[in-house]
Design a protein around this ligand. Structure first.
Ligand code: ZN
Length: 244
């Protein structure tokens, strides 16, 4: 990894948390429309399936070919390995157990504090690279069970990171108040049918890591909570029933 901190601040550059899923792909397009340079960051934390990480390369290549200006703006694609997160998690995403709702009302796909860890690592990397704008796909609307996706969590963390690193970070969450249908519509507005088709074909959302069956909304088992949410959002978007 190159270190550009000696070159000073890069106010026209954003760092996007990019997992290869529908939400982060939409966030990447959002950033590419707003910043002169965009770098991406994915995390390898011992997921039960590495498919989502594998989708990143296909999506990046697709976005570059979709719009020449996006190709010119896309910079480095970083990957950070944080296997410790799997060690301290006991969830369906990192172990071979079934997805279910826990007694605490949270699905066992919830990795405690995952977004806090992701954003803190992202800020540390951004600091080293002179970047202060960080973009993430956290969303309060569809994920009421995930406390680290709440807007108040993100704005509070933004203050903590800015204080703790003595640099004024801005955490952008363009999907915070959108449901999945509105997220599809945002992708349409940002990149048209080309981007929609790219996200349907290459982004990955399924918790089980299945890529076998191709549905009209993309690949996945079709049954797990993530697939169900994505499929429902697609049906609403395709039917033109989008409020945002
Ligand atoms: Zn699934």
């Amino acid at each position: 990894m190159s270190d550009e901190s000696s070159g000073g601040f890069r106010p026209e550059t954003a760092l996007v948390l990019f997992s290869g899923g529908q939400d982060s792909a939409t966030c990447l397009a959002w950033a590419l429309e707003r910043f002169a340079q965009v770098e991406t960051l994915g995390f390898d934390y011992g997921q039960r399936h590495a498919i989502e990480l594998g989708c990143r390369a296909d999506l990046l290549a697709g976005m570059k070919s979709l719009r020449p200006e996006w190709a010119a703006r896309l910079g480095e694609n970083h990957t950070l390995e944080i296997p410790t997160l799997a060690e301290i998690s006991d969830t369906a995403l990192t172990r071979d157990v079934a997805i279910a709702m826990g007694a605490d009302g949270l699905p066992n796909t919830f990795v405690p504090g995952r977004n806090l860890v992701f954003l803190t690592f992202a800020a540390a990397l951004a600091y080293r690279r002179g970047i202060t704008d960080i973009v993430g796909g956290m969303c309060e609307t569809d994920y009421s069970g995930y406390p680290d996706c709440r807007d108040e969590t993100i704005t509070t963390l933004q203050a903590a990171l800015s204080l703790g690193m003595d640099r004024k970070f801005e955490l952008h969450t363009p999907l915070m108040w959108l449901d999945k249908a509105a997220t599809w519509k945002l992708a349409d507005q940002l990149g048209g049918t080309g981007l929609i088709d790219l996200i349907r074909e290459y982004s990955h959302t399924c918790y089980l890591g299945e890529r076998g069956a191709r549905h009209d909304w993309g690949y996945g088992c079709g049954e797990c909570p993530a697939c169900a949410l994505r499929a429902r959002g697609w049906r609403e978007y395709a039917a033109g029933r989008v409020s945002a």
